[in-house]
Design a binder for this molecule. Sequence first.
Ligand code: ATP
Ligand code: MG
Length: 414
Amino acid sequence: MKYSKLFSKTLRQPPKEAETINHKLLTQAGFVDQLMAGVYSYLPLGLRVLNKIEQIVREEMDAVEGQEVLMPILHPKSIWETTGGWGKIDVLFKINSRTEKEYALGQSEEEVVTPLVMSRVNTYKDLPLSVYQIHWKFRDELRAKSGILRGREFYMKDMYSFHETQEDFLKYYETVKKSYLKIYEKLGLTAKVTEASGGSFSEKISYEFMVLTDAGEDDILYCSDCDFCVNVEIAKMKVGDPCPRCGGKLDQAKASEVGNVFDLGQKYGKDFNLSFLDREGKKSFPIMGCYGLGISRVMGVIVEKFNDEKGIIWPESVAPFKIHLIGLDQSEENIKSEAEKVYKQLQTEGIEVLFDDRVDVSAGEKFATADLVGIPYRIVISKKTEGKLEVKKRNEKTTEFMSLEDLLKLLAKS
Ligand code: ATP
Ligand code: MG
């Protein structure tokens, strides 16, 4: 993509109302644009990042045999009345129609997925199964001041699994927990898993996946010696207490919840009275699990974690482009055509390049743009580079001169 053509170029200043790093940097660098608190447009650069995160999540959900679907966001009131959500869920957006009917906007989709799946499940032989979607969610959140960490409209992966027995559910629960940790690792994040603290055995267990960041809205206690972690909100312990698992010391930190998994038990099957025939030929309600992962929030958390005073530093796995090619001295015909040539060659190699081909923009401004946007490799071509490429990684200080061939080798290794 040519930067000269990009309609969403960087801004001189972050917006005044931005309070968090992700809101400031993502807006200033041209990734998102706020329409109102908690509601954003994703611009070309931002959408590329969102798509990459989505694809990493999709591959892992496919690997645990999730079947991808796309369910409606606009729901009839009746399904939310069936489960009690209409009266109980305070974040549910409710819509009046001119026909005097009422609707809800999906804030989670158990109400849609349970009838959808269970109307096709007859006997235990049809189980287990698991379906997921990657779609927008709507919630009437009161505080939407953390940039894309908390949206009123946000992008989520939600998966739902259906099982014959609790045992089978627990096995799958563990599999998905592992796949979540793999996803965060691929995204360049370290997630801690909170445990439901010392509750009774009959309580349903849920796990939250937390990434430490001061922009987060959760407070967690975690052990510095083992992977024990608990949400302060529910915890019976406090900072400095011994770790209940290994005896180490508990530290406290701010964190953002980037995903969670729930044991839904038989609630939804029972609410909708949708059952299957078990091995004895008796009617049985499915044990369900639900598995959420906040894709747009993850994008914000990545920015909160990876930045410096100059801008964003994207991990390679989610960066909008791999290379930020800067053409300097573009008013000189031979330098311009050299830069164009390298741009085309990189594209032929299947490498994603953002090419700053602007003519009347200073070197300083182009470097500042590259630092703000945060693409992993910055490549400069100017009259001083004499047929070579000046290569610098966004997260390193040193530059190196190399041929295009050597650059391709370097990229193949990374
Ligand atoms: P939170 O406690 O942060 O409100 P939640 O417990 O309501 O989250 P879920 O309903 O399970 O979360 O949603 C699944 C995932 O979707 C969360 O783990 C989080 O990553 C993301 N998420 C939830 N609410 C929002 C929001 N308002 N904006 C962006 N992402 C969100
Ligand atoms: Mg919430």
